[in-house]
Design a protein around this ligand. Structure first.
Ligand SMILES: C[S@@+](CC[C@H](N)C(=O)[O-])C[C@H]1O[C@@H](n2cnc3c(N)ncnc32)[C@H](O)[C@@H]1O
Length: 296
């Protein structure tokens, strides 16, 4: 016997799935390899169900007259991979904490805040990991303030980031118990506050100074910046070389000279930009913006 879902999952031709893959690539830069078309088709099936459209074929027919509104946001949102964890790539965070944040120019009594941008923040673990580091930094630099901009294309993940609510499984990925107890509170059932739900909520103290905003890295960056540190981690891997170059050039323009760009542990700027010096800190690599930019 065939389940309803199985019949819809295999209904579209490769050309019809390619139509959606091309649309996603044009809007977000995310490239679906042919090998992953089955994943995309499964997501299209979920979208058809959510929109109350009978089948993926009907969804495809609907798409021929344009993709907009809820259809567009579901399609683009569901095509993002939001994998993340607290202190992902611990060596990088150690380098930021022990070698970058201690630089004299980031301390003292400079009246400007230390400005940090997490440009693909996903569900927020990255920005809260940074906020934990900045909490310790602030104790050493009481006269300086800091601010975070946390952006992502997906409003679904931004909502969780802003809520700062994590399951037991999510909280345990990368956070030692002492940090959990220091910066998170167990959520309680609304109907019975004596009983915990199993989820954890970030304290208001840790959320302080963070602004959340939707930003597609392929769109105009508008008035964003300047920043001393930008984290752009595990998002360029989904982009073609031309988009990578464009995004990095935009980030370079928004970093102060000498400011830092931090990529994912498996990513590099090789062949993509001449606007940065590579700095190896122990086993971590970060990129420092040069004084003058070649890319204009
Ligand atoms: C794999 S997660 C990385 C999260 C975090 N930076 C980390 O390294 O743990 C990639 C994130 O990039 C976002 N993303 C993908 N394409 C994007 C685009 N064109 N503009 C903005 N965000 C995008 C996704 O929504 C997703 O949350």
């Amino acid at each position: 016997m065939k389940l309803q879902n199985e019949s819809t999952v295999t209904a579209l031709s490769p050309e019809q799935i390619k139509f959606f893959a091309d649309y996603i690539e044009q809007k977000l830069g995310i490239i679906y390899a042919k090998d992953n078309y089955y994943q995309l088709e499964r997501r299209l099936s979920d979208i058809a169900t959510t929109l109350g459209v009978g089948s993926v074929i009907e969804l495809w027919t609907k798409a021929q007259t344009g993709i907009s509104g809820q259809f567009q946001s579901l399609l683009l949102d569901l095509s993002t991979n939001n994998e993340t964890s607290f202190f992902r790539d611990p060596g990088l965070f150690k380098a930021i904490e022990e070698r970058i944040l201690v630089e004299p120019r980031f301390g003292g009594d400079n009246p400007l805040p230390l400005r940090i941008w997490c440009c693909a923040t996903s569900t927020g673990q990255e920005v809260y990991s940074m906020a934990i580091l900045l909490h310790a930094w602030k104790l050493q630099n009481p006269r300086r303030s800091f601010s975070f901009l946390a952006t992502d294309y997906s409003l679904r993940v931004l909502k969780q980031a802003e809520e700062g609510k994590y399951s037991q499984l999510e909280i345990q990925r990368g956070l030692p118990e002492a940090m959990i107890n220091r910066f998170f509170k167990p959520e309680k059932h609304a109907s019975n506050p004596a009983v915990a739900t199993g989820s954890w909520i970030v304290t208001e103290e840790l959320k302080k100074g963070i602004t959340y905003k939707q930003q597609n890295l392929l769109d105009d960056f508008g008035g964003i910046g300047p920043f001393e540190i930008v984290l752009c981690r595990n998002v360029l891997i989904y982009q073609n070389v031309e988009n990578k170059r464009r995004i990095i050039a935009e980030i370079a323009r928004r970093l102060v000279p000498g400011g830092y760009l931090v990529l994912g542990a498996a990513e590099s700027l090789m062949g993509l930009s001449e606007d940065f010096e590579m700095r190896q800190i122990d086993r971590a690599v970060v990129y420092q913006r040069k004084q003058d930019l070649k890319t204009r």
